[in-house]
Design a protein around this ligand. Structure first.
Ligand SMILES: Cc1cc2nc3c(=O)[nH]c(=O)nc-3n(C[C@H](O)[C@H](O)[C@H](O)COP(=O)(O)O)c2cc1C
Length: 220
């Protein structure tokens, strides 16, 4: 189901879709989405990503239980603050839905990054495990979100698995060489897609020095 939005419509339409139908998605769609992911750039073209697509009910339940416990341990009873009046209230409502239905979503995608020390960390300070290569995993993740939207699939970026990362590694047999950077439920959306709310780039942009919003004479 390709939607064929123009690039600029697509990019402004990739909202976090936290309410998804339990209906399965075609393997061909998942493959297409991940193929878009791996088109991303990475330092020296190392392509330091791997994906684990969780689709089996037992494994999804395992994940959902720990995800719920992680949210409750960090934020308390989020549903008590969830309402439709404020943007934060609506986000918490959607978050609560996602937490309550996580095990029903057709695919829980783990996006993993190979561990790699950033250049700025000197050899002498490289102790323990390096962080996963966030710089490469995030462009890949954004491509995946865009591809999902292009195919009419809903998806949402989540990072709460960090709270139970060790267990996650053991359960899914993920080697220490990789870290799980993002967990992304993917499925057909229950709600409608819509445009994202962002501060215009113009209000975030300076020219020639920090704080100067005037482009001057060199750009027309
Ligand atoms: C680094 C990063 C971490 C995020 N972690 C979470 C998360 O743990 N749970 C979640 O529901 N959304 C998470 N998000 C999604 C954002 O909350 C969401 O994109 C933002 O609030 C804007 O909402 P929108 O995508 O609907 O426009 C994360 C996004 C980024 C870039």
């Amino acid at each position: 189901m390709d939607v064929n939005l123009s690039f600029f419509d697509l990019v402004s339409n990739v909202r976090s879709m936290r309410r998804l139908k339990p209906d399965p998605i075609p393997l061909s769609a998942l493959r297409k989405v991940l193929q878009a992911g791996v088109q991303a750039s990475s330092g020296q073209n190392t392509q330091p990503w791997k994906f684990v697509a969780i689709t089996e009910p037992k494994a999804k339940h395992w994940f959902a239980e720990r995800y719920r416990a992680a949210i409750l341990s960090r934020f308390g009873k989020v549903n008590e603050y969830a309402d439709s009046q404020s943007s934060m209230g609506r986000q918490l409502k959607a978050l609560t839905y996602q937490m309550d239905h996580m095990q029903e979503f057709p695919v829980l995608l783990l996006i993993c990054g190979q561990r790699d020390w950033p250049f700025k960390v000197p050899q002498s300070e490289r102790v323990g495990l390096a962080p996963p290569n966030y710089g490469a995993v995030y462009p890949c993740t954004q491509n995946i979100l865009l591809a999902c939207r292009a195919l009419g699939l809903g998806a949402a970026l989540t990072t709460m698995h960090q709270v139970f990362e060790q267990e996650l590694h053991e359960y899914f047999e993920i080697p220490d060489e990789f870290g799980v950077v993002v967990t992304m439920p993917i499925g057909y959306p229950l709600g409608k897609f819509g445009t994202v709310r962002r501060t215009p780039a113009e209000e975030k942009t300076f020219f020639n020095r920090w704080g100067n919003s005037e482009p001057g004479e060199t750009l027309r």
